[in-house]
Ligand binder design. Structure first.
Ligand code: PLP
Ligand code: COI
Length: 335
């Protein structure tokens, strides 16, 4: 094993094992660790044709005291079930989910980036319908697989500001659709906007509310948050965005630091008024946004580096995750 911990990026690599659970006859089995990434499925399996597929994302950290801790895995378990309910897939017991995450992290301890490298072990649960079928309907059988992969920064440059581009030609989700769950199809739908953004030298697409295209929804990979000129934490309220565990945690941290916080509808026309803007999520952590492109217009936040308020939030969040600062809200689960 020869891993360059300092330069991991966000790429798949095989590790020692993944854990798999099989659902059949109305119940989940007890699960097993596998040392292969291959799976044999019928080409008629539901997930390929009718898209019963969802996923999750979490992280485990090597902390300052040498122990390994997972960040809020229960929340991933609950959100997995909210996605499953919407997609007519079976729920998975949350306590069993947390135990499964602990088991697979423990088995892959050698792949957890050392303390101080800035890396983490990314936890990727994925659930999909496997029954061969040609008529539209819910699958009768499913797999839940939890993979783990060592990762570093999602966007090159770590917390250097990235540029974003407002997606004016495409939505990632429909009104009353699947934007609020982690359906695999949401990401397929967002790829074309991601490509447009990259063609304009932007790292990420920023989506507007699909009903009126006047309010900010979220980025393709993460939630939107902003700091107002008078120091308030503002994030978007919408029924077509994913309820981000990171955003929820950052809001709690902001309140702990005495900052006013607000979850409300944010008009796209307000964007130039903010002092600092960022994307937040498990993979992107807290990534500042330097500029937002909107057609021919450029909103420039004039940042070469992360702004002062976001920096404070970033330091507190990553400090808690790495066991450097008190975990007041009991977010970390030791393996
Ligand atoms: N929004 C989208 C579309 C995402 O894919 C993610 C990533 O999981 C998030 C928001 C952030 O959610 P979380 O903080 O729970 O990772
Ligand atoms: C995560 O942050 O965990 C995600 O699933 C986002 C994905 C785009 C990598």
């Amino acid at each position: 094993m020869n891993i360059d911990w300092e330069n991991l990026g966000f790429k798949f690599m095989p590790t020692r094992s993944n854990i798999r659970f099989h659902y059949e006859n109305g119940q989940w089995d007890e699960g097993k660790l596998y040392d292969t990434y291959d799976i044999t499925l019928s080409v008629a399996a539901n997930a390929f044709h009718y898209g019963q597929a969802l996923f999750e994302g979490g992280k485990a950290f090597r902390c300052k005291d040498g122990k390994v801790r997972i960040f809020r895995p229960e929340e991933n378990g609950k959100r997995l079930n909210s996605s499953a309910r919407h997609l007519m897939m079976p729920e998975f017991p949350v306590d069993k989910f947390v135990e499964a995450v602990k088991t697979v992290v423990r088995d892959n301890e050698d792949y957890i980036p050392p303390y101080g490298t800035g890396g983490a072990l990314y936890i990727r649960p994925v659930m999909f319908g496997t029954t061969p079928q040609i008529g539209v309907g819910a699958s009768l059988t499913y797999e839940l697989v939890i993979l783990v992969v060592p990762v570093g920064a999602y966007y090159k440059g770590g917390i250097k500001p990235v540029d974003a581009m407002i997606s004016r030609d495409y939505d990632r989700a429909a009104p009353h659709g699947t934007g609020h769950i982690k359906a695999a199809g949401n990401y397929a739908a967002s790829l074309i906007s991601g490509k447009q953004a990259k063609d304009h030298h932007c790292a990420v697409a920023l989506f507007l509310d699909p009903a009126t295209h006047t309010y900010v929804d979220e980025f393709g990979t993460s939630n939107f948050l902003a700091i107002t000129r008078d120091g308030k934490y503002v994030t978007t309220l919408s029924d077509s965005i994913l309820p981000s565990i990171t955003n929820n945690s950052l809001m709690t941290i902001a309140a702990d630091l005495g900052m006013p916080t607000e979850r409300r509808r944010v008009k796209a026309t307000e964007l130039p008024d903010f002092a600092e803007v960022a994307a937040c999520g498990t993979a992107v952590v807290l990534t500042p946004v330097g500029r937002i492109l909107d057609g021919g217009n450029i909103i420039d936040y004039h940042l070469d580096t992360i702004g002062p308020v976001l920096k404070k939030l970033y330091d507190e969040m990553t400090g808690i995750q790495h066991g450097e600062r008190p975990d007041k809200h009991n977010w970390l689960v030791e393996i």
